[in-house]
Design a protein around this ligand. Structure first.
Ligand SMILES: NC(=O)c1ccc[n+]([C@@H]2O[C@H](COP(=O)([O-])OP(=O)(O)OC[C@H]3O[C@@H](n4cnc5c(N)ncnc54)[C@H](OP(=O)(O)O)[C@@H]3O)[C@@H](O)[C@H]2O)c1
Length: 277
């Protein structure tokens, strides 16, 4: 299952997140091995941010990418709103590139909307793209009205992705943001697909999983991956979790599974405020 960006680049819909990686030297090697195991399993989208462990997560990703693995990775990182002025974005990007030990970021996102004018941030993104420091740019935690503002900017139509909280229990985006993104061919990246781990003990997901011989994690992911245009980025700091999650890419839920999920977490029937972790 691939998801295609507006410029035609396609990536597998299952990625990996890195929040809380790089916080301790004790777990660093395990985290590097986890990211490497993702790449080895064909998981290409690696999501990180300058915010995570103050650059520590980017440095874990950088170490994981050393050698041949860079070519198979699609590296996503994010600039903090406090760095989102024109010059702030440009210097934050250089710092991220250094920690990631790469020449170009595949997708650079504004982490969330802050005080900096969007036009300035987008202008900086375009400057970086023109110089080859980023391949494409996007946003995160933007609702439909924010996306409309982006699109109204001079280069706004070059926005390539939006990353939001989306899981079986946080379905508000299905009402408007997901159809909006789909109609523009813009991938929606689903963060915290396990509600930061809380969904992993859920009885409904576990019972559906038993039927398929898998766990709650794979069911939560398979549900997201069945939606066109959605990239899921579960965080997994252990290779065994990565291997389990990778199974979700080939798991097909049936109508009865979907109905059980809809009963437990009904789809939205009206506009909901965008969920944020
Ligand atoms: N743009 C934003 O504002 C934003 C906000 C939040 C998150 N994100 C991105 O989205 C990513 C994912 O979200 P998240 O980190 O909040 O939470 P999550 O992916 O919903 O859950 C992560 C938790 O699930 C555990 N886990 C993963 N696979 C498992 C498995 N097969 N079995 C049992 N446990 C498993 C992980 O443990 P281990 O680590 O021990 O494997 C970790 O504790 C982040 O890492 C980050 O890259 C972005």
């Amino acid at each position: 299952m691939d998801v295609t960006f507006p410029d035609g680049t396609a990536v597998p819909a299952l990625g990996i997140g890195t929040y809380r990686m790089g916080e301790s030297t004790r777990t660093r090697e395990r985290e590097i091995a986890s990211v490497q195991s993702a790449l080895d399993a064909g998981i290409r989208v690696i999501d990180t941010a300058e915010m995570y462990a103050d650059g520590g997560a980017e440095s874990v990703v950088g170490a994981a990418l050393r050698g041949k693995r860079r070519d198979s990775a699609f590296v996503v990182t994010k600039v903090l709103p406090s760095n989102a002025s024109r010059s702030g974005v440009i210097s934050a990007c250089e710092r991220s590139l250094q920690r990631l030990q790469i020449d170009r970021i595949d997708l650079y996102l504004l982490h969330w909307r802050g005080a900096a004018p969007l036009a300035e941030t987008v202008d900086a993104f375009e400057h970086l793209a023109a110089r080859g420091r980023i391949a494409r740019w996007g946003v995160s935690n933007f609702d439909v009205s924010d996306m409309q503002e982006v699109q109204a900017l001079a280069s706004g139509k070059r926005c390539s992705a939006n990353q939001v909280y989306f899981s079986v229990s946080r379905r508000g985006v299905e009402f408007d943001l997901l159809p909006w993104s789909n109609s523009r061919g813009m991938p929606l990246m689903a963060y915290s697909p396990f509600d930061e781990g809380r969904l992993l003990g859920d009885r409904t997901l576990a019972s559906i999983g038993r039927k398929h011989g898998v766990g709650a994690a794979q069911v939560a992911l398979a549900w997201l991956l069945a939606k066109p245009g959605v990239i899921a980025i579960p965080k997994a700091g252990r290779a065994e979790h990565v291997r389990e999650n990778a199974v979700a890419a080939s798991l097909a839920l049936d109508a009865d599974d979907i109905a059980q999920i809809d009963r437990r977490w009904p789809p939205p029937s009206k506009k909901q405020a965008l969920a944020i972790v």
